[in-house]
Write a protein that binds this ligand. Structure first.
Ligand code: AMP
Ligand code: GLY
Length: 428
């Protein structure tokens, strides 16, 4: 079998590792290709020099090489219709159609869908340049803090929390006059601020049936104690049963997952692939949707995949072939964590091109998944904000998983290395 993986982050490095270690892949002499790949992914895959957004070239490659199955990591190719284009040619692919992916790519669509089908989420109102005058009465209704979210994709940065009128004023100016998110910010939603514990759920579905992977918690802020700017994610742990036990999971299935999948189907946007539900679990143990994404989360995936014991490639194929009903998901009774090594300055300005040393000294109870790295003459250099995900899974405890991770981090070095030292602390 020939499998093509699209993307070049640490999430895709973890997907590559898990795909090639799936019995259905290993036992059939299969080959993995990755477009465009990165030095970590390329340990498992043949690199293909095509950008993940160049859908025509990806499709031609898949047709010429007779690719049997394609797995899409990031949201951008999904948002521009890679699944629709591949399926038109009869190519099998894991992920949602462009119309279904709007659950992530349009906050307005996603919030209106939840409202229409009574899915628990923060109170909200959609705004554009025409109805800005109604914003202050909405704020009077929900009180401060209020959350403002740009409608379109904004690389994880389109969420602004406003604590008072002057925050709102400058936020609206940034969105509509300074256009800091371009067109994505001209439509936005304002919503009530929810409190509680955030959990990420990955739902693998064929549109009808689904399985839920172990809940994870992501650390979104750049600094320890959840201070500073939002990032793509600085670390994660799973299973997050401390916040999302079986009882909460059951509520999430009944009140969120089943209604949303059936709503998408009813609206003619049947959802296949991984649906990421970012949930706020309130003090009363009630799950509310913060956001949906149309793909696996990064860095949660790097930890979550280490807990899967059943054939992962078969799971992805079952989603595309409408066979989730027949798939038996097996999860290890273990504890996994991920800590992201970033370039100092991220998520703002940072330097690239720093030599990374120590990668050869890592014990085999740790995975090093590459994100922003590049390779030159056999040496690895930093090439992005989030550089490497360091991951470990322990059958003993979270303590032992994070001990392995932080011990590996001591060995990996590059100039301006930055990481949070408090990942997983809450479960130790
Ligand atoms: P999003 O991109 O929608 O996931 O938002 C990024 C982060 O902003 C979330 O992970 C939360 O930490 C925070 N956030 C978003 N919406 C809300 C909300 N309604 N209440 C509280 N925090 C929120
Ligand atoms: N970890 C957050 C995300 O993938 O969107």
């Amino acid at each position: 079998m020939k499998v093509l993986l699209i993307g070049n982050g640490a999430r895709e490095n973890a997907l590559a590792w898990k795909i090639v270690n799936s019995p259905s892949f290993k036992n059939s002499g299969s080959v993995l290709y990755a477009a465009p790949g990165n030095p970590g992914i390329n340990k498992f895959a043949n690199p293909v020099n095509i950008a993940s957004t160049d859908i025509q070239s990806l499709k031609n490659f898949a047709l010429n090489e007779k690719i049997d199955f394609t797995v899409v990591g990031p949201e951008i190719p999904l948002s521009i219709g890679i699944v629709d284009e591949f399926e038109k040619e009869g190519l099998k692919i894991f992920g949602p159609s462009k119309a279904a992916a709007e659950i992530e790519t349009s906050k307005v669509f996603s919030k209106e869908l939840m409202q229409k089908y009574s899915v628990p989420t923060a109170k909200f109102k959609a705004f554009n340049t025409e109805n800005l005058g109604e914003l202050s009465s909405f704020i009077d209704e929900v009180n401060y803090p209020v959350v403002i979210k740009a409608d379109g994709l904004a690389a994880g940065k389109g969420v602004i929390i406003c604590n008072d009128d002057s925050d709102v004023e400058s936020c609206i100016k940034d969105l509509t006059e300074n256009k800091i998110f371009g067109e994505a910010g001209l439509n936005f939603v304002a919503e009530q601020f929810l409190t509680g514990n955030e959990v990420s759920l990955f739902i693998i579905t064929d549109g009808e049936d689904f399985v839920v992977l172990p809940p994870a918690q992501d650390y979104k802020r750049i600094f320890e104690e959840d201070k500073g700017k939002n990032t793509g994610g600085m670390g994660a742990f799973t299973p997050a049963v401390k916040f999302c036990n079986d009882e909460v999971l059951k509520k999430a299935e009944e009140k969120i997952i089943k209604p949303v999948l059936s709503a998408l189907k009813k609206e003619g946007r049947n959802y296949k692939g991984c649906l990421y539900a970012g949930l706020m679990i309130t003090e009363e143990k009630e799950p509310f949707v913060i956001e949906f994404n149309c793909r696996f989360g990064d860095p949660e995936t790097q930890a979550v995949l280490t807990l899967i014991d059943s054939d992962f490639l078969e799971l992805l194929m079952a989603s595309s072939e409408n066979k989730i009903k027949d798939y038996s998901l097996k999860i290890k009774n273990a504890f996994a964590g991920c800590v992201v090594l970033a370039s100092l300055g991220y998520p703002d300005e940072f330097e690239k091109g720093k030599l990374i040393s120590g990668l050869e000294n890592i014990d085999n109870n740790v995975h090093v998944f590459h994100a922003g790295t590049s390779e030159m003459h056999g040496k690895i250099f930093t090439n992005g904000g989030r550089v490497i995900s360091v991951v470990s899974c322990s059958e003993k405890s979270f303590n032992s998983a994070f001990e392995n991770i932080y011990c590996a981090i001591e060995k990996i070095d590059f100039e301006n290395k930055y990481f949070r030292r408090d990942i997983g602390k809450i479960v130790l």
